[in-house]
Design a protein around this ligand. Structure first.
Ligand SMILES: Cc1cc2nc3c(=O)[nH]c(=O)nc-3n(C[C@H](O)[C@H](O)[C@H](O)COP(=O)(O)OP(=O)(O)OC[C@H]3O[C@@H](n4cnc5c(N)ncnc54)[C@H](O)[C@@H]3O)c2cc1C
Length: 450
């Protein structure tokens, strides 16, 4: 890379280059610290034109490139495998326009999700997706991973809300797919190819997003349940609620283990190891508290609901703190799967039957069939020893349930080797063919996804 430093300086300027190993360190490492890249250079372009010039130069010189957003990927998607150039979108962080008639926001791809929401709040709108990484993850990273999150049960997947994109292709061409029409039936919808393509086909530089109104009211219920079957019965009832905003599941024994890590946070219950907990959010213009309370009461007598905004935030915090707390409990193998909701508990037990030593922990978006399944080990050696065996079992069992090995986190480096099993030879072949069309020299995010 050293021999190209001057060329990059001419394209982006010294102020948009990171070469100091200390500053590069966090960019070379993924959020979970599973992956370590060896990149010697990161560039932080400030315009689509600059991105275009960088890619054109890289394509001509066969320099591999990793697009990086907020670097919160759970699958090593934004971490270099070798010494690829890191192309960080962090400085392309302008919100360009909000159209109050159509409720469409147009922004550059480096805007942080929380900043999008802060901006939209003035108009009483919000982004239609939400995730725990909202303080760091970026618009472009969210689109490149077709991020899921906490309210898919209400709004559906992210791709429903992306109306237009600007994408820079590996050869440097700027593809203008920007669009503010809700309806556009003019043939193949090319932008869909880039949503969820994890930076392997092009770099997303701008987007038009259809925003969602901020609900007038939000009400959170926290329920304690005797068993997992009760959670499924509850889900069947809750699916009938027109105002269902979220349906999240947690195990009591895991919440108990989270207690020491959340000393400031008031627990809605005294969590019990043999119980199960569900967080339900109801949102809408007007919420009839009694209506929901009565219906939920049929499933359990242990219900707490928030009285004010800070209690609402605290209840959500219990759910949102689970992933980070698991990492404080030990070394975690973590999987993000779609399987039928009623199979969650059975699945966890099948993969790693409870015994002394490592233990499994599952939680997640029960409302849309997305389980976050984890096994926690005391030592990193033990974890690595078990990883391959566990993963083989997970892939086979998920496949046999017609599920997906990646519900929302993407494939990245972590699940790449299982793509052919997941997709089938033929479909996977067409995906690779498509990659060759857009990126014949394979410079964009090599050794990820495909
Ligand atoms: C605490 C926490 C909670 C999370 N919760 C959820 C959750 O509920 N649901 C969920 O889906 N995910 C979740 N994630 C995972 C992660 O936040 C998402 O995958 C997110 O969408 C990644 O955004 P990012 O900007 O950090 O992208 P990065 O991690 O930087 O990149 C992700 C992928 O997108 C590519 N990419 C990034 N920017 C661009 C661009 N502009 N153009 C093209 N390619 C690009 C990268 O190369 C990489 O392949 C969570 C992560 C954390 C740390």
């Amino acid at each position: 890379m050293k021999k190209y430093l001057n060329s990059f300086k001419q394209i982006v300027g010294a102020q948009n280059m990171i070469t100091d190993p200390f500053d590069l360190k966090p960019l070379n490492q993924d959020w979970q610290r599973f992956y370590q890249g060896k990149s010697e250079l990161a560039v932080t372009p400030t315009s689509s034109k600059m991105v275009s010039e960088i890619l054109q130069f890289c394509n001509q010189n066969n320099i591999k490139v990793v697009p990086q957003g907020g670097n919160t990927s759970f699958v090593g998607g934004a971490t270099p495998v070798q010494d690829e150039l890191i192309l960080s979108l962090r400085k392309m962080n302008n919100i360009l326009e909000f159209d109050t008639t159509t409720s469409i926001v147009t922004a550059e791809s480096g805007v942080i999700l929380q900043s999008m929401n802060d901006y939209l709040q003035t108009y009483r709108y919000q982004m239609p997706w939400d995730l725990g990484a909202r303080g760091s993850c970026q618009l472009g990273g969210n689109i490149a991973t077709n991020a899921g999150g906490l309210n898919v049960v209400r709004n559906g997947p992210l791709r429903n809300y992306i109306l237009g994109l600007e994408v820079v292709l590996p050869n440097g061409k700027i593809l203008d797919l920007l669009n503010k029409n809700r309806k556009d039936n003019t043939g193949t919808d090319l932008k869909q190819l880039f949503i969820g393509s994890e930076g392997t086909l092009g770099i997303i530089t701008k987007a038009n997003v259809l925003c969602a109104p901020i609900p007038e009211q939000r009400q959170v219920f926290f329920l304690e349940l005797k068993g997992f079957d009760e959670a499924i019965q509850l889900l069947r009832s809750a699916k009938q609620f027109e105002q269902l905003g979220a349906f999240e599941f947690m195990e009591g024994r895991i919440l108990q283990r989270c207690l020491p890590f959340n000393p400031q946070l008031k627990a809605p219950f005294e969590f019990k190891a043999d119980k199960y907990y569900v967080l339900i959010e109801i949102c809408g213009q007007q919420i009839e508290l009694e209506y929901y309370f009565e219906r939920l009461l049929k499933h359990t007598e242990q219900i707490v609901f928030n009285q004010n905004e800070s209690e609402l935030q605290a209840m959500w915090r219990w759910r949102e703190s689970v992933p980070e707390n698991l990492h404080k409990m030990g070394h975690v193998l973590t999987y993000d799967l779609s399987i039928p909701p009623d199979k969650f508990e059975w699945f966890a037990e099948e993969i790693y039957p409870e015994r002394k030593g490592p233990y499994n922990a599952f939680y997640g978006h029960l409302g849309d069939g997305n389980i976050h399944y984890n096994i926690i080990f005391e030592s990193v050696e033990e974890m690595h020893k078990e990883q391959e065996r566990v993963e083989d079992k997970i892939i086979k069992l998920t496949k046999s349930l017609n599920g997906s090995i990646s519900a929302e986190h993407g494939v990245g480096q972590l699940k790449r080797h299982y793509m052919e099993i997941q997709k089938g030879k033929e479909t996977f072949g067409y995906m690779q063919e498509l990659k060759r069309v857009f990126d014949p020299n394979n410079i964009l995010n090599p050794e990820k996804l495909l």
